[in-house]
Design a binder for this molecule. Sequence first.
Ligand code: PFF
Length: 455
Amino acid sequence: MAGTSQTAHWSSRWTFIMAAVGSAVGLGNIWKFPYEAGQGGGGAFVLIYLFFVFVIGTPVLVAELSLGRRGQKSPIGSMAKIAKEEGRSPLWSLIGWSGVLGAVIVLSFYSVIGGWTLSYMFDAFAGTFSGMDAAAAGAHFGGLLTNEYAVIGWHAAFMGLTMFIVARGVEGGLEKAVTYLMPALFALLIGLAIYSSIAGDLAATVDFLFKPDFSKLTFDVMLQALGQSFFSLSLALGSIMTYGAYMTRDVNIGKSAVIIASADTGVAIMAGMMIFPIVFAYGLVPGQGPGLIFATLPIAFGQMSGGAFIGGAFFFLLVVAAITSSISLLEPSVSYITEKTGANRRKVALMIGGFIFTMGILSGLSQGDNPVADISIFGRSILDAKDFLTNNIMMPIGGMFSAIFVGWFVSRKNMMEELAMEDGTFRIWYFLVRFICPVAIGAVFVSIIYNTVTG
Ligand code: PFF
């Protein structure tokens, strides 16, 4: 990206795609998707997830990119500007607000998991996983979570890296880094998935991930899959809108969105193919939750020859994938505050980053063995509660309102001009964004409420 102000633009279509894929591909694909699929019963979750990604998420992705490019500002600024241009209520800027605040909340726990990943990278390179069995891997993860200094220290390191990149601006280093490191991550993932398939239990994995058992498809699982599809595509948190603002007019938004969504989904499925063969071969529990990759992958790395290097490289690339996402979570609030106050970008990045780091301390402690871990918010730990609030509530609602805004409150002519799609493709997209997205997201909510009320 050439510069960091709102008028800055990606230097090519390729760098935009890599940055957007970098935002989309992250801990959500490799850490979260497998454990959510595990908790959601496997195949049924995967199927409904795919439906949500391509039928709901991708049209919303197109909507958010076009809002960003049309507004050319921070998500709050862009929404306010477009609402005004279209003669609509300034309240539509609430979509921008919800995104920017949601991104702050997500980053305050995303960075904690990013910290775990950093710690695992050093452990792997140091050969700590050598010869580990399932019990030792579980104990190692537990040891990290209950070591408060380590958890906060690694969280600080991860947040520090994120702030450093955002403070310096995204040009140069990041643009170059994503173009090399993202393809390397893909290659390593494919390699590891092949290794796991050979060394682990492939048959059980295929059964689990691709044979849907519809009795597992509860409303909760559907909401979880909907939230995860939005999380994975980086929707409704202002990130994609902000990156859209840096797009040049010659980039085709529709085609880019399909590439981004396909790459993102490919990585998630690959992550499942890498993790579940080991889970089943070692008799681990697929639905064990957020610790899944941390308790399974060390076993594979500990058993394979050259595992210290391959494991270290894997966690390194996971850190990179996480950082290319975390900077996109910090960027919306930084772009808003710099736009609003004209303050120096470095100072703003440090200030907001410091605030998010502080908020994140509680998320980190909530997974350990201390008084903070005993705090329960509607039966959830602090980290899980933040995840639930953003993933299952703010993101679907934010996405629904972006679809409604673009579908019903921006003129059709302006959308056609922004997207420059072929007529038929535009019509399909417009239909999805006007009717299917709001109705489907709304229906999942109504079902949840009905289900809760009727018990
Ligand atoms: N899409 C990222 C992931 O899957 O890890 C997380 C994320 C980044 C979510 C940016 C939302 C966002 F705005």
